[in-house]
Structures are given as structure tokens and as C-alpha cells.
Design a protein around this ligand. Structure first.
Ligand SMILES: [Zn+2]
Length: 64
């Protein structure tokens, strides 16, 4: 399911944000390590693929 963007709070973690709560990489993040937002992060490749596959939530071209 698509959710609001979140990413890891650790500075050593990959600088990617997730938009899908079923993303394996996103699910690996413990609850205390999740920060809402997408600042300074690239979109997670797996989340992009998942959200793009949903016809109700097509990937927007505005993601930069
Ligand atoms: Zn992800």
C-alpha cells in the first residue's frame, strides 16, 4: 500500500525514501528509525516499481 514518504533516520543508511509499506527494504527499518519525508533522499527503486504498477496511483513525472 502506498504511504507517505519515509526514510531511515540513520546517516549511515542508504539515502532513499520509501513510499510503500510493503517494500522489503522499508519493512527492514525499525519503527524508531523511520522519519517522515523524502528530504535529501532518492526514491527507492523497489517502491517506485511497486507504486507504478498500481493503476490507481500511477507514478508521477514530478518525482525528482
Ligand atoms: Zn522502498
Amino acid at each position: 500500500m502506498r504511504v507517505r514518504p519515509y526514510h531511515s533516520a540513520r546517516s549511515t543508511a542508504a539515502h532513499v525514501y520509501h513510499e510503500d509499506d510493503d517494500c522489503p527494504a522499508g519493512r527492514n527499518l525499525p519503527w524508531f528509525d523511520k522519519v517522515e519525508g523524502s528530504a535529501d533522499c532518492e526514491p527507492c527503486p523497489q517502491c517506485v516499481r511497486t507504486t507504478a504498477a498500481c493503476p490507481d496511483h500511477p507514478a508521477t513525472a514530478s518525482v525528482s
